[in-house]
Write a protein that binds this ligand. Structure first.
Ligand code: AMP
Length: 455
């Protein structure tokens, strides 16, 4: 990303929202083009006071979201995004994906005087460097697996030889969810180490972390923060594997549900005290003013929750799952986080309902996928049902076609998970494209098996 020269730019004009720290911003830019960003745009556009949400670059479904507009600018093009913000007097920028955050997009936009929800490159290291995140966790006393860092293949193999037991191997940098191997033998650990250093992860594989294996169910906790205070969202669980029964290769996520009953209110409070507050304090002690989402991937082990990873943004599809549960204060809360005054924001209402999300992928996912197939949908979204687009594209003739691995997210809310998943799956039958692929067992942990459902 080209560095910007703030002195060469006209100052951002004062905006109506700027006079009212508790109020919602009228004009918002969401950066990113996935299902997560469409869900963010949808969730923000429905907040009172919000007039327009632009999504850059968006996708084939963006224009169909009430109150949302596509802005054809790449998430890596900071200069053009800044110019678009000036032209539209944008009051809040929400950066969805980790790559532009790690590359310093939030820093660049803040230098332009914009209010940005998303950490700078310094805070994004929580996700962009596993070594950095592990060192921070250990210093802050945050429960996490024991680890060793290695900057060369030889160093890593020497550690393995000394320990002589299977370890978890993690490429240090951003590897699109593909940089982790949970090895079950010393041989597999060795092969995974060699793979990291063979260059397949590019700069992300210049060094690695070896970790003690943990076991237990996994749950994700999302906190919105202005660098000092935290608002916790309901815990969510996703399904990473492509196959039913949680089998087969890892994906970006085939579905999710929230709130995950694995972590009750007391458990969530414990995570706040033992994980999130110490993390914020450790970031501050490094001089990092972190404004955005802290996503803690936790494993609930026999000795309590342990942090498996931190991410610096919403999960996808957890974001699609959570947005419908969040109240109309969302836009004001994100703006307050961006301005560093979350304490002055209205309380964020969270609906006490069950939210179920099922991803429809393209044939071949997570490998090479079919593209360009026309998407047909007779889904009629309502207050309890949403259809978010992810890997889709609008053609010149108006057709919406598949354009990626994960194509759509269908999300439904109800009073219990059986009803929510039933509604989500019923909606999925109204969507079609060549090669549509989805798991039928999303949420199996919280659904009654069919034999126990009333006839
Ligand atoms: P990460 O990218 O660090 O979240 O790792 C991806 C996945 O690998 C996690 O969701 C876990 O399922 C698994 N994993 C990561 N670290 C460990 C660990 N120390 N022990 C067992 N499984 C792990």
């Amino acid at each position: 990303m080209a560095p910007s020269d703030p002195t060469a730019r006209a100052p951002v004009p004062p905006t109506p929202g700027a006079a009212n720290p508790g109020g919602a911003p009228a004009r918002i830019l969401v950066v990113g083009g996935g299902g997560r960003e469409n869900a963010l745009g949808w969730g923000l556009a429905r907040c009172p006071g919000v007039e327009t949400v632009w999504i850059a670059p968006g996708n084939g479904g963006t224009q169909g979201l009430p109150g949302c507009q596509v802005l054809a600018i790449a998430e890596s093009d900071g200069e053009s995004l800044a110019a678009a913000c000036r032209e539209r007097a944008i009051e809040l920028v929400v950066v969805g994906p980790e790559t532009p955050l790690a590359a310093g997009l939030a820093d660049q936009l803040r230098r332009e005087g914009l209010a940005v929800f998303g950490p700078g490159a310094d805070g994004a290291r929580l996700e962009a460097s596993k070594q950095w995140a592990k060192a921070l966790m250990v210093e802050a006393g945050i429960p996490t697996a024991g680890y060793w860092s290695a900057a060369s293949c030889q160093e890593a193999l020497e550690i393995l030889e000394r320990l002589n037991r299977p370890l978890v191997v993690k490429a240090d940098g951003l590897a699109a969810g593909k940089g982790v191997t949970v090895a079950t033998s010393v041989e597999e650990t060795r092969a995974a180490i060699e793979e990291v250093f063979d260059g397949r992860f590019g700069a992300a594989g210049a060094s690695l972390v070896l970790e003690e294996p943990l076991s237990g169910p996994e749950v994700s906790v999302f906190a919105l923060t202005d660098g000092r205070s935290l608002v916790l969202l309901p815990p969510a669980q996703d399904h990473k594997r492509i196959g039913e029964g949680d089998t087969g290769p890892n994906t970006g996520g085939m579905g999710a549900y929230a709130p995950a009953p694995l972590l009750d209110a007391a458990g969530l409070e414990a995570v706040r005290r033992r994980v999130l507050e110490p993390t914020l304090a450790a970031l501050r002690s490094r001089g990092i003013d972190y404004r955005g989402v802290i996503y803690a991937g936790l494993m609930l082990t026999a000795s309590g929750p342990q942090v498996i990873e931190f991410n610096c943004r919403f999960g996808d599809p957890e974001c699609e799952t959570l947005m419908p549960l969040l109240g109309p204060e969302l836009a004001a809360v994100l703006l307050a986080c961006a301005r560093g005054n979350l304490a002055a924001a209205p309380a964020l209402a969270i609906a006490p309902r069950c939210s179920a999300c099922v991803i429809a992928a393209a044939a071949g996912y997570p490998g090479e996928v079919r593209r360009g197939d026309t998407i047909h949908s007779a889904v009629e979204p309502d207050a309890n049902l949403q259809l978010f687009h992810a890997g889709s594209r609008r053609e010149g003739d108006g057709r919406c076609v598949t354009a990626g691995g994960r194509v759509l997210a269908v999300v439904a809310q109800a009073d219990d998970f059986d009803a929510a998943f039933e509604d989500a799956y019923a909606a999925l039958t109204k969507v079609s494209y060549e090669g549509i692929t989805y798991r039928r067992d999303i949420g199996h942990q919280v659904r009654r098996p069919p034999s126990r459902l009333p006839a």
